[in-house]
Ligand binder design. Structure first.
Ligand code: ARG
Length: 458
């Protein structure tokens, strides 16, 4: 049953076998393993290393294995060491001696490097699709909320008024960069390790360009040692996944705050909330909390693989088998989080009156009041001081800047005229900010049309 029994005189200790085996998790890429083998065998035949008949028998056998596993007719036998051993053993069982030629000119080292790359490349593509869905939901909500005023915060203290479209737009930029980062990783990872053998290539006249092309790679990798020892692309991928989770987690944190009784900026849909077993009134933002919580787990995968790789001499070492479970877990976690978060986001109800009321209080127009003075010839530093003292005055009187009389304004600076009220109105504070990237409506409309183009080309 083993691929390497010949040199051994004793059975492997059962605990050693269990500790060493990877089939419980590497069966996840049985399809990719078989696809890689089909490409390999096709090339071996082209190069005259296998006959046409051998090739056909092997490919037919491999396709049969793949279909049978998919249809549940063939159960992956976990007593084998890994998925590679299982497929090869099953092939030999099905087609006899021809099956024993499958592994010609190949090692499990280049085989596993290939399988993992193929699997990751596919998952990465699915991740991009999920990001497109999230971006589309953000885009729709942005278009609907160009006039939905809300406070913008720094230090979680009210700072200046913005719109909900502008706030959501910040996340659009983050998730768009995440999308772009994923595309960027593919450019570097998309080289085929197959044909690198255990570490030093092979003596067979393999056509590595042919297998690379058959499997959709840009070309073959250029150093056989690097090919079997490189896990950079997984580290890059886990890094990209960690950044996606960091963005989702920040957004989740805001949703949790916005959903709190103190803020009441939003109402989460019942379908995306949970209750309490004891407190009947509760409607909790568990999805957002879980997304925030799972972020640590994905960071853990990244740090784990970086640490596994840091001391490994060239070329392949068994330590690298540890790349699988943590990558699979990170992929499944991020896919789940993206899908759920997008569903939750698309069903959120924004409490517009509450957002607007909150945008108004807390002196969010103080900067604009200072700018008014600057526009009337007062130096900015002096204007800052004057408005600061007015804010203090308002706090003592429990009132707002826009509620002061013109006399009260003039008492601190004779420069103030009746147009101050318009200058510091909520609408003006937002709408005057129209440089590209700012919350003003026309600036936002320009950005939204740029986004529209981006989305159409993803
Ligand atoms: N399960 C192994 C891994 O994931 C496959 C490669 C094994 N190669 C070897 N020479 N033992 O890395």
């Amino acid at each position: 049953m083993k691929l390497w029994g010949g040199r051994f005189t004793k059975e492997t200790d059962q605990l050693v076998h269990n500790f060493n085996a990877s089939i419980s998790f590497d069966q996840k890429f049985f399809k990719q393993d078989i696809d890689g083998s089909i490409a390999h065998v096709t090339m071996l035949n082209q190069q005259g290393i296998l006959t046409q008949e051998e090739k056909e028998r092997i490919i037919k056998g491999l396709i049969g294995i793949k279909e049978d596993i998919i249809e549940g007719k063939l159960i992956i036998d976990e007593t084998h060491e890994d998925i590679h051993s299982f497929v090869e053993a099953n092939l030999i069982e099905r087609i006899g001696d021809a099956g024993k030629k499958l592994h010609t000119g190949r090692s499990r080292n280049d085989q596993v490097a290939l399988d993992m790359k193929l699997y990751t490349r596919e998952e990465l593509q699915q991740m991009k699709e999920l990001l497109i869905k999230l971006l589309s939901v953000l885009h729709i909500s942005m278009k609907e909320n160009l006039d939905t005023y809300m406070p913008g915060f720094t230090h979680l203290q009210k700072a200046q008024p913005i719109t909900l479209a502008h706030h959501l737009g910040a996340y659009f930029e983050m998730f768009y960069r995440d999308y772009d980062r994923l595309s960027d990783i593919v450019k570097r990872m998309n080289y085929c390790p197959l044909g690198s053998g255990a570490l030093a290539g092979t003596t067979y006249p393999l056509d590595r360009n042919a297998t690379a092309a058959l499997l959709g790679f840009s070309g073959p990798t250029l150093n056989s040692m690097d090919s079997v020892a490189d896990r950079d692309y997984l580290i890059e991928f886990l890094n990209a996944l960690s950044i996606i989770m960091m963005h989702l987690s920040r957004f989740s944190e805001e949703i949790i705050i916005w959903n709190s009784n103190e803020y009441q900026f939003i109402d989460l849909d019942d379908a995306y909330s949970t209750g309490s077993s004891i407190m009947p009134q509760k409607k909790n933002p568990d999805i957002a909390e879980l997304v925030r919580g799972k972020t640590g787990r994905v960071y853990g995968s990244l740090v784990s693989l970086l640490t596994t790789m840091k001391g490994l001499p060239l070329a392949y070492n068994k330590d690298m088998q540890e790349d699988k479970e943590l990558t699979f877990d990170a992929i499944d976690t991020v896919k789940g989080c993206l899908a759920l978060f997008t569903g939750m986001l698309s069903t959120i109800k924004y409490n517009k009156p509450r957002l607007a009321a909150s945008a108004k209080n807390g002196f969010t127009n103080a900067t604009d009041a200072a700018d008014y003075l600057v526009n009337h010839g007062v130096a900015f530093r002096d204007a800052h001081g004057i408005i600061g003292s007015l804010v203090l005055y308002c706090i003592e009187k429990n009132t707002a800047l826009e509620a002061l009389t013109l006399e009260e304004f003039k008492a601190v600076s004779p420069v103030f005229e009746a147009d101050i009220y318009d200058a510091i109105s909520l609408k003006t504070c937002v709408e005057k900010r129209n440089t590209i990237g700012a919350p003003g409506k026309s600036a936002m409309e320009e950005v939204i049309s740029i986004h529209e183009n981006l989305l159409a080309n993803l």
